[in-house]
Design a protein around this ligand. Structure first.
Ligand SMILES: [Zn+2]
Length: 273
């Protein structure tokens, strides 16, 4: 009886280990941070990007065109977005008009995603391979996400406040912490999760002393964040760099999107801080 038990259990244990080995391509170091900036704010190019270069940090900029996009004092032009790409930062897709995924049809979603891809082609920017859900919400129509899988997207970022564990999270449902001047008291708590195979993804928006919206970060606060990450030996990378550590295809197979309805419901109702 005992022998029979081991005949059944050992192959199961081995298969389980192999699954985790094949998702992780390279050991994930502690203090690994993905830095991302949403909404194409002008200060991302004039203030943020030069500082990131100075600190040797990577980052992803998720681009959309708000109705006010033409206001070049507040939003980047496509020529400036191209500048970011030329500085070796990643340009990611945030849909054409920051559309609400709760309400959009599959056709409209595809059109919105393709619009940003086409703009990138026109400007000689690498086709986006990572995505950020507008407002961090995935919506309830999982079939929408097939546009991302068929379009070759590897990672898609929500604003579900948690660390990313590649063995548990589907790459198209990445959690992230939204960081801004009003919740910096929680930063240490967020950053402390970057260990034991977990990666912390940070979402920022504009970094400005004149804009007053809720998720803005002041310049002084942003500088403190960079200094803190540097002095405490964090590695700061772009979203695309996760491909070095995670085998996305295997992870997507092991953690099927269609089994993640509960997680998606959590994401759609999560506080965004
Ligand atoms: Zn956004």
């Amino acid at each position: 009886m005992k022998i029979l038990y081991w005949i059944v259990i050992i192959p199961l244990l081995v298969t389980g280990c192999q699954d985790s080995i094949s998702v992780i391509k390279q050991d994930i170091p502690d203090k690994l941070i993905v830095l991302s900036f949403d909404d194409a704010r002008e200060d991302n190019v004039s203030f943020v990007a030069p500082l990131l270069k100075e600190y040797g940090f990577g980052a992803t900029f998720y681009i959309c065109e708000f109705p006010e996009f033409g206001d070049t004092t507040r939003f980047m032009t496509w020529s400036q977005i191209k500048q970011l790409a030329d500085m070796d930062f990643e340009i990611g897709n945030h849909t054409q008009s920051h559309i609400d995924l709760e309400e959009v049809s599959q056709k409209e979603f595809a059109k919105q995603v393709t619009y940003i891809e086409d703009k990138c082609h026109q400007w000689g920017i690498e086709t986006p391979a990572t995505f950020a859900y507008p407002g961090g919400r995935v919506g309830n129509n999982i079939t929408l996400l097939e546009k991302l899988t068929s379009g070759g997207y590897t990672f898609a970022r929500t604003i579900h406040p948690d660390a990313y564990n590649p063995l548990k999270d589907n790459p198209l449902l990445l959690p992230s912490y939204c960081v801004h001047s009003n919740n910096l008291n929680m930063l240490n708590d967020f950053l402390s999760k970057a260990r034991n195979g977990n990666i912390v993804v940070l979402t920022l928006h504009g970094v400005s002393d004149t804009e007053r919206y809720r998720v803005n970060t002041s310049k002084a606060h942003f500088l403190n964040l960079l200094k803190y990450l540097k002095e405490n030996d964090y590695s700061v990378i772009a979203m695309r760099d996760l491909n070095k550590y995670v085998d996305v295809k295997t992870a997507m197979k092991l953690i099927n999107l269609y089994d993640e309805r509960e997680r998606i419901a959590e994401i759609n109702t999560a506080p965004d801080y």
